[in-house]
Design a binder for this molecule. Structure first.
Ligand SMILES: Nc1ncnc2c1ncn2[C@@H]1O[C@H](COP(=O)(O)OP(=O)(O)OP(=O)(O)O)[C@@H](O)[C@H]1O
Ligand SMILES: [Mg+2]
Length: 272
């Protein structure tokens, strides 16, 4: 069934636009089964749009995406069963407790009664949330909320986990705990596709795609991207600058230019 022997996600010449804005331009990418694959890049590069297409939330305007050989457009429900998707702004119910949120997701996914106790203990346990099971989600710290979000999408034990900047704004210790859970899930055989703005997280991925202005401009292991640079960050900045020059030569590039700053804007005294 799988098009490529060990690629769990296959993206072929996929494009997406919103009106005149080209959000994803002719992206081709394979994600190997059982790996943690990272998507990094500049703001507005198209990371969320790409992840939303894989997660069946929006249909590609062109090209084809398969998950374990199933076409995301033609076999949407089949693909939905295979994935757990945590969007950039994941909606927990703030008034519901940790347990009630989890139960809500177990209901949605139709987790059978005999399974529920085991899964609750496993995923709340992973997230260190068992002592907070009766706390309203709205009263959790930022890091705990994200870990509860992760527990909610893990609860149906998907084969592919799609996480869109799941640790944004989370403190370093909680980010590390979050990634320890991802490592554990990978060891259990899950394939994980995650976008991140943190390059220390990029270092923890088996493969990385660097995205800029709707395109994938590099795909390699973190070590290969970093070669000849003091850090992944330095390598990325250099690669983005090179890509800007290349994309500038493309006469058909449809990305709009940012608005020039309004004249006479207020200054707060900072030079940046
Ligand atoms: N629903 C939408 N309607 C109109 N434009 C959109 C929509 N979603 C995304 N875009 C535009 O598409 C481009 C890519 O956006 P996207 O959110 O995919 O980027 P991103 O890499 O996730 O950015 P960020 O790092 O800020 O999360 C941007 O120019 C964005 O403004
Ligand atoms: Mg995004």
């Amino acid at each position: 069934m799988t098009a490529h022997p060990d690629s769990f996600v296959s993206i072929e010449h996929v494009s997406m636009h919103f009106g005149a804005v080209e959000a994803v331009h002719d992206v081709t990418l394979k994600v190997t089964a059982g790996t943690i694959f990272g998507l990094v890049g500049s703001d507005g590069a198209g990371k969320s749009t790409l992840l939303r297409m894989i997660a069946t939330m929006i249909k590609p305007a062109a090209g084809r995406i398969t998950v374990d050989g199933h076409d995301v457009a033609a076999e949407k429900n089949r693909v939905k069963d295979l994935i757990g998707y945590m969007p950039q702004r994941f909606g927990l119910y703030a008034d519901l407790t940790v347990d009630e949120n989890l139960r809500f997701f177990m209901d949605i996914f139709g987790i059978p009664r005999p399974e529920r106790k085991r899964r609750r203990e496993k995923y709340l346990g992973f997230s260190n949330l068992l002592p907070f099971a009766d706390r309203p989600a709205g009263a959790l710290s930022g890091g705990m909320k994200q870990k509860l979000g992760l527990a909610c999408v893990l609860i149906h034990e998907p084969r592919l986990l799609i996480l869109d900047e799941p640790t944004n704004g989370v403190d370093p210790v909680s980010r590390q705990e979050f990634w320890e859970i991802l490592g554990e899930m990978r060891r259990e055989g899950m394939t994980i596709l995650v976008s991140t703005a943190y390059l220390d997280e990029g270092e923890k991925c088996g493969g990385l795609a660097l995205m800029h202005k709707a395109r994938i401009i590099d795909v390699a292991t973190p070590a290969a991207i970093r070669t000849a640079f003091p850090s992944l960050e330095a390598a990325m900045i250099s690669r983005l600058q090179e890509a800007d020059a290349e994309i500038g030569k493309d006469a058909f590039f449809a990305h709009p230019h940012p608005e020039p700053p309004a004249e006479g804007g207020e200054s707060d005294g900072y030079p940046f």
